[in-house]
Design a protein around this ligand. Structure first.
Ligand code: HEC
Length: 218
């Protein structure tokens, strides 16, 4: 009995260390995944942009009744816009007009605890300037954050670590279109949600997640 005590103490320490990310998020009122719909490649200065996003508690339960806020920052300028309920459950809409060209950082605070997402800086171009064209991998990287993949697969780690993993692109496309049907019954007890991605988003994400180079940089 006495001999087993140190190992129990050690196990306890390991469990506490392992539970830390969850504990931190619980203390902030639970965690949620914020998923942006139709993330643009770029924004035109002075033109109203409607951002639509969905909030899912634990990545699964659509959350209504939140008071989300969108913050946009560039240089010393910061804009804040509240979100209004959208058409579907758990969906919100914020309309923001970014006044000047440059790289803007947009943060969506879901209003559920401290959860939210800071998008990769997005280029705002002058009206009439040439449109930016991103390739699939660049777009996939941006979507990995904007869709909330990063929340589960990196920050909270309820999903497996995808870094340095290689998957066939066709498998990824199938998985992203139908996670439950592709993965079958979860081994870990955690589920991957269907985020209602469109075919272009799926192609970009599959290209990004499927590439070794990007995986190493992730
Ligand atoms: C709510 C959390 C959550 C979100 C959001 C999420 N995933 Fe997952 N993902 C999971 C979990 C959990 C699993 C493992 C499910 C299982 O074991 O059945 C998984 C599995 C996967 C796998 C398969 C891993 C393997 O080894 O077979 C890939 C690839 C993947 N996710 C990519 C993504 C991408 C890309 C996104 C964003 C579009 C995303 N996930 C969003 C939780 C999430």
């Amino acid at each position: 009995m006495i001999r087993s005590q140190p190992s129990i103490a050690m196990l306890g320490a390991l469990l506490i260390a392992g539970a830390a990310p969850f504990a931190a998020h619980r203390a902030m009122g639970g965690w949620a995944v914020t998923t942006v719909q139709d993330l643009p490649d770029y924004i035109v200065a002075g033109k109203a942009l409607t951002l639509t996003y969905t909030v899912r508690q634990h990545g699964l339960t659509l959350l209504n009744g939140l008071k989300p806020e969108v913050e946009a920052r560039a240089g010393g300028t910061e804009l804040r816009v509240m979100g209004a309920p959208g058409k579907s459950a758990g969906q919100y809409v914020s309309t923001v007009t970014l006044p000047t060209a440059g790289a803007w950082t947009i943060t969506i605070k879901s209003g559920f605890g401290n959860s939210g997402v800071t998008l990769e800086p997005i280029q705002v171009i002058e009206a009439g300037a040439r449109a930016l064209v991103l390739n699939d991998q660049e777009r996939g990287h941006r979507l990995f954050i904007a869709k909330g993949c990063v929340t589960c697969h990196r920050q909270i780690q309820v999903g497996p670590d995808l870094t340095n993993r290689q998957y066939p692109v066709e498998y990824l496309k199938q998985l992203l279109a139908d996670p439950k049907g592709t993965l079958g019954k979860s081994k870990s007890g955690n589920e991957m949600p269907n985020l209602n991605l469109n075919p272009q988003e799926i192609a970009a994400l599959a290209s990004y997640v499927g590439s070794v180079k990007q995986a190493a940089a992730r």
